[in-house]
Design a binder for this molecule. Structure first.
Ligand SMILES: NC(=O)c1ccc[n+]([C@@H]2O[C@H](COP(=O)([O-])OP(=O)(O)OC[C@H]3O[C@@H](n4cnc5c(N)ncnc54)[C@H](O)[C@@H]3O)[C@@H](O)[C@H]2O)c1
Length: 435
């Protein structure tokens, strides 16, 4: 992790909370530039001078994002936290008290639990970090936008098309309100990947002929059911494996790969997809109702195809890589390198960065500059692309972008309460209908 000293630009351009809030509305944003303020005035800011950060979803990623957020400017403090479970919140708080000790001002009355906990955090903070499982993101995002709070939203932002459409609307509103929406699709903030994509988009390697992306890895963590846990508690604690909570790993994990492919295509999205997938090895009840592998062919309007593979099965060949095949070179995105006829024709030699930190540094800088970032467009459409891939593998049908976008299928129970939650059957291609 870079030290506070190294954290450069944003640190040097700190601002007071009052100015920050003033700068947060579209009406005044352009007029107030705080970039010239002296950091030393705010380096030990306290009381009303702090920018209050709220964490919603205090797991592994949320805990990391909270530390990165408060490091983005000297006067930022973690102020409130929300989680379904008190043990999760406590563990996260204890970690943060160790990793960013001077930046945590979370009092007991600002620790909230349960399904409505997010509302309290949104109410009392200036910046909110949405880091729950993706099922809840559309609801949390809408509430944060309505309250005009700046938002960091982890990927993916939904698990179904109604959720995608809701996030799309929220992001449009965020633009009107002049609030930031920064996406956790972190590779968009990686210097080496950015430079690689810039060169692809500038046509340095010729025209794109085809794309291939792989996210083939082993098992992730799982949580065995404990006596006394309701269906709801167990599913929420073991959320990766339930379609309604994670969207399946093609949505939850492979979205990183698919987003890069859409980025390479100039932020255009496929017109149709077909695919195959299944649940062959990871079949025990602890693995809920998701697949363990998917292979999807996405076709873009200009005829370019993206061949995508994701698998979560241990003991196999692993590979996380993205490839862009162009007329004048093969681009290996994560190696930031292009080769032609076996010879390297370009390699990134610039600065390296911690993309997770850069997300927050650039987010805060954009707010201070009165030009809040809004990543709404790609974070929503890339989520849709991943859901479209899942629809294709679950049904075995060709799925068009319009069918996917307009799908009425909503995943999950109608009400969030501690009790029974029916587990939908595992999808069967050729039998599971496209809804
Ligand atoms: N950008 C990345 O590289 C990256 C890496 C890991 C995870 N993620 C994303 O971050 C999100 C969280 O993943 P994680 O690995 O931290 O999972 P996690 O299980 O460690 O944390 C999720 C937390 O959210 C809590 N939670 C669940 N429902 C909630 C609700 N309705 N209200 C409040 N809290 C709730 C859980 O109890 C848990 O503590 C996911 O969307 C995941 O895809 C992104």
């Amino acid at each position: 992790m870079p030290s506070d000293k190294q954290r450069g630009a944003t640190q040097r351009k700190a601002t007071s909370r009052r100015s920050f809030l003033r700068n947060s509305t579209a009406a005044t944003a352009a007029a107030v530039s705080l970039a010239s303020l002296d950091v030393s005035r705010f380096a030990h800011a306290a009381g009303s001078d702090i920018i209050k950060v709220g964490l919603i979803g205090c797991g592994g990623r949320g805990t990391g994002a909270a530390a990165q957020s408060v490091r983005a400017a000297p006067n930022m403090r973690l102020y409130a936290m929300a989680d379904l479970f008190r043990d999760k919140l406590d563990r996260s708080l204890a970690t943060l008290r160790k990793t960013v000790p001077d930046k945590v001002e979370v009092s007991e009355d600002r620790c909230f639990t349960g399904f409505d906990a997010y509302k309290h955090v949104i109410e009392c903070c200036d910046v909110v970090l949405l880091c729950t499982p993706p099922h809840f993101r559309p609801e949390h995002l809408r509430a944060a936008v309505e309250a005009k709070k700046h938002i960091f939203a982890e990927k993916p932002v939904a698990v179904d098309a109604p959720g995608v459409r809701s996030v799309w609307e929220s992001c449009q509103k965020a633009k009107e309100y002049g609030i930031a929406v920064v996406s956790g699709l972190c590779w968009r903030y990686h210097y080496g990947v950015r430079e690689t994509m810039k060169r692809v988009l500038d046509g340095e390697f010729g025209d794109i002929i085809a794309l291939q992306t792989n996210y083939v890895v082993g098992y992730l963590w799982s949580v065995p059911r404990k006596p006394g846990w309701s269906d709801m508690e167990w599913q929420c604690r073991n959320w990766l494996y339930f379609q309604w909570l994670s969207g399946d790993h093609i949505v939850e994990q492979h979205i990183h790969s698919l987003d890069k492919m859409a980025w390479a295509m100039g932020d255009t999205y496929p017109v149709k997809a077909w695919g195959l997938g299944g649940r062959q090895v990871r079949v025990e009840p602890i693995y809920g109702n998701i697949y363990d592998h998917h292979a999807v062919v996405f076709e873009f309007a200009n005829g370019v195809r993206c061949f995508s593979y994701c698998r979560q099965i241990s003991g196999c060949y692993n590979d996380v890589s993205d490839h862009i095949f162009c007329t004048k070179g093969h681009v290996d995105v994560l190696k930031h390198r292009a080769t032609y006829k076996g010879k390297t024709v370009w390699r990134y030699r610039g600065k390296s960065n911690n993309m997770y930190q850069t997300e927050h540094d650039e987010m805060m800088q954009s707010i201070f500059d009165g030009k809040p970032i809004n990543n709404g467009e790609y974070m929503t459409k890339s989520t849709m692309m991943a859901i479209m891939g899942r629809m294709a593998t679950y049904t075995g049908q060709v799925v068009t972008w319009e069918q996917a976008w307009n799908s009425k299928q909503r995943l999950g129970p109608d009400k969030y309460e501690w009790g029974p939650v029916e587990i939908q059957p595992v999808a069967k291609p050729g039998r599971t209908p496209l809804v």
